[in-house]
Design a protein around this ligand. Structure first.
Ligand code: GLP
Length: 246
């Protein structure tokens, strides 16, 4: 794993924004995998700024978001889809047909599996993900691949841990009972098949998890540790998140 440590979260966002703009210039049809959460917000702000300055062209790019809450419609302001609209898609010129999301409003039952299969096929049809950006859950999850005895390879319905629901409560007016108990998420293989992965972590609260992800054993108890198996992973950190590394 290649580790980059920045003096601050804004410095990280500005370097990564520039790097993504360069990748788009080299390959305008770039296929990006994107996360939600607090961590990537400064990156999205930077990408919007670069786009406004004519330095990042998304017009031929394709995106796939990692995950979505089950039972939440795309138009619902609490959906991850709405989050992405607010922070990125409303502000950059991009063909709507090239923005991909799991449909959280899918009916319970066999339609869930069909929706997950549809997403896997759409990723394949796009030629796979060139650059997957990831955040890091406090418990070591990536996407909504939660710590467990066994992980899911492919896009699936995930049961959210209490800590994960608490971390997502701000999207739901801080009402824990309003946070869905399940979500749809790319699986571990979906993520690990990306040609390049950049994991972002900022803030001291992630330091212990970052250290275990990089130096600990590969274990389903810390799904992010599986990134050690990928040949092209970069971990981009600010100083507080890097403080437990040697
Ligand atoms: C959420 C998302 C993840 C995200 C993580 C970290 O639950 N499903 O994809 O990376 O939590 O969020 P944050 O960046 O707010 O710490």
């Amino acid at each position: 794993m290649r580790i980059h440590v920045f003096n601050s979260a804004p410095a990280l966002a500005s370097a990564l924004g520039a790097s993504i703009a360069r990748a788009l210039a080299a390959n305008p049809k770039l296929v990006l995998g994107l996360p939600t959460g607090r961590t990537p917000i400064p990156l999205y702000r930077e990408l919007v700024r670069l786009h406004g300055a004519g330095r990042a062209d998304f017009s031929r790019a394709t995106t796939f978001n990692l995950d979505e809450f089950l039972g939440v419609r795309a138009a619902d302001p609490r959906s991850y889809r709405a989050f992405m609209q607010r922070h990125l898609f409303d502000h950059v010129k991009m063909a709507p047909r090239r923005i991909h999301f799991l449909d959280g409003a899918v009916a319970p039952g066999p339609a869930v599996e069909r929706e997950c299969d549809r997403y896997e096929r759409a990723i394949d049809r796009a030629g796979g993900i060139d650059l997957q950006i990831l955040g890091l859950g406090m418990n070591g999850h990536i996407g909504f691949n939660e710590p467990a005895r066994a992980l899911f390879a492919r896009t699936h319905c995930s049961r959210l841990k209490p800590a994960t629901r608490r971390a997502n409560a701000p999207l739901f007016g801080n009402r824990l009972d309003a946070v869905p108990r399940e979500a749809l998420s790319m699986g571990m293989a979906t993520i690990l098949h990306a040609r390049k992965i950049v994991l972002l972590a900022t803030g001291a609260t992630k330091a212990r998890c970052v250290e275990r992800m990089i130096s600990g054993p590969v274990t389903p108890r810390l799904p992010a540790s599986f990134l050690q198996l990928h040949r092209h992973v970069e971990v981009w950190l600010d100083r507080p998140a890097a403080q437990k590394l040697e």
